[in-house]
Design a binder for this molecule. Structure first.
Ligand code: HEC
Length: 153
């Protein structure tokens, strides 16, 4: 015969604080999972047209930043800068198709054309010194800024 009672230990008694904490954590976890699922559903419903403008701008940003890094790192030969200038020039053709709602706006078209003209100039006469590349990079940056001032909300 034993006088131990299986349910007598204090830990097995319902502890309201622990239960509250458990429910709170469960609620948080469910909330996080729900948020992640909702965000993924929203992302999954996006088309390439939704991503196109942002993708174009992020690639502009990536190549402009790498050009800046070349100048800072004192690596300003044509092999350092041309790939980025070429990429920017090619991507500049995407401005109108990426922003179909703005493409018919004459000011947008002017800004896009100005960016292409700047890059055409740089490619026709590639800067070979860091001073030259720095100037080119800031001219390109001006074309970004000019359009953003008018159209970036
Ligand atoms: C002809 C117009 C135009 C030119 C030129 C232009 N942009 Fe933009 N950019 C826009 C517009 C419009 C937006 C706002 C897009 C939006 O939020 O829908 C934008 C947004 C951006 C963003 C934010 C993107 C995002 O998804 O949040 C970055 C970064 C950017 N541009 C970088 C650049 C860089 C770098 C250059 C130059 C090398 C450049 N842009 C040239 C029109 C332009």
């Amino acid at each position: 015969m034993s006088d131990t009672q299986p349910n007598a230990s204090p830990t097995s008694k319902p502890n309201p604080a622990a239960r509250y904490l458990f429910m709170l954590l469960l609620g948080l976890v469910i909330g996080v999972i729900g948020t992640v699922m909702a965000l993924r559903a929203i992302e999954g419903g996006k088309t390439w047209q939704d991503h196109y403008p942002h993708a174009t701008m992020h690639l502009f940003q990536a190549h402009a930043a790498q050009l800046g890094a070349k100048v800072k790192g004192n690596r300003c030969g044509a092999t350092d800068s041309l790939p980025h200038l070429q990429a920017l020039r090619t991507l500049a053709n995407d401005l109108e198709p990426a922003f179909p709602g703005l493409a018919d706006d004459a000011r947008f078209a002017d800004h896009a054309a100005a960016m292409r003209a700047t890059l055409d100039g740089a490619l026709a006469n590639p800067p070979l010194s860091c001073e030259g590349l720095g100037e080119t990079a800031s001219k390109i940056g001006e074309t970004c800024k000019a359009c953003h001032q008018d159209f970036r909300t």
